[in-house]
Design a binder for this molecule. Structure first.
Ligand code: ADP
Ligand code: 5GP
Length: 185
């Protein structure tokens, strides 16, 4: 089977993590890339599992030494995907999914045109805001910063290969499975 790289993006709170968690439970032969970030861990997040939590200086060092396949600033924090991590997974023949922001997704596509970009849309902007608030992980200032990103994210989504509306969770997971299976066939 020809292994492809899959990139899943969507506005903060749309349900990317939730959809991907269910997908990975059903498809254990896929793995999620672990990104580096300068943001502080949320309660329950573990270094090396959810992210590699690094300082701004370490992040800058990685940029200066060309360690990232892509990186972006999102709502006041830096996030990046290490080249080494991805290359090792692809060399091992692993199916890999990147859950990254829309700027990063488009950077990946420029370097790896075979990458499949999937954008997860909310059923409405109201639902998106309710989900982001309902998660209770961000303070008001951070919520506002994240909501400000939405307009640009929706514009960038026009350049994605696929869009999935995450209204009913099970349906969204099934759609993701269908897209990935077809692309990997
Ligand atoms: P993201 O990873 O995109 O920031 P999360 O996966 O953390 O978003 O989801 C944000 C919130 O929305 C969570 O509380 C999650 O339980 C909820 N959620 C996710 N998908 C759905 C859905 N289809 N319907 C209703 N709530 C959802
Ligand atoms: P969060 O802080 O909610 O975990 O993530 C915020 C945003 O950063 C989300 O859109 C998420 O997909 C994105 N993100 C996570 N890792 C990376 C990465 O390595 N690169 C880029 N460009 N974005 C990332």
């Amino acid at each position: 089977m020809n292994k492809k790289l899959f990139v899943v993006s969507g506005s903060s709170g749309v349900g990317k993590g939730t959809v991907l968690k269910k997908f990975l439970e059903k498809n254990p032969d896929f793995m999620l890339s672990i990104s580096c970030t300068t943001r502080k861990p949320r309660d329950g997040e573990v270094d090396g599992v959810n992210y590699f939590f690094i300082s701004k200086d370490e992040f800058k060092h990685c940029i200066d030494n060309d360690k990232f396949l892509e990186w972006a600033e999102f709502a006041g924090n830096f996030y990046g995907t290490k080249k080494k991590f991805i290359n090792r997974c692809l060399a091992d023949g692993k199916n890999i999914i990147l859950e990254i922001d829309t700027q990063g997704a488009l950077k990946v596509k420029r370097q790896m045109p075979e990458a499949v970009l999937i954008f997860i849309c909310p059923p409405s902007l109201e639902a998106l805001e309710n989900r982001l608030r309902g998660r209770h992980t961000e303070d008001e200032e951070t919520i506002q910063k994240r909501l400000k990103e939405v307009e640009e994210e929706l514009k960038r989504a026009e350049n994605f290969d696929y869009k999935i509306i995450n209204d009913n969770l099970e349906n969204a997971v099934c759609e993701l499975e269908k897209i990935i299976k077809e692309a990997n066939a």
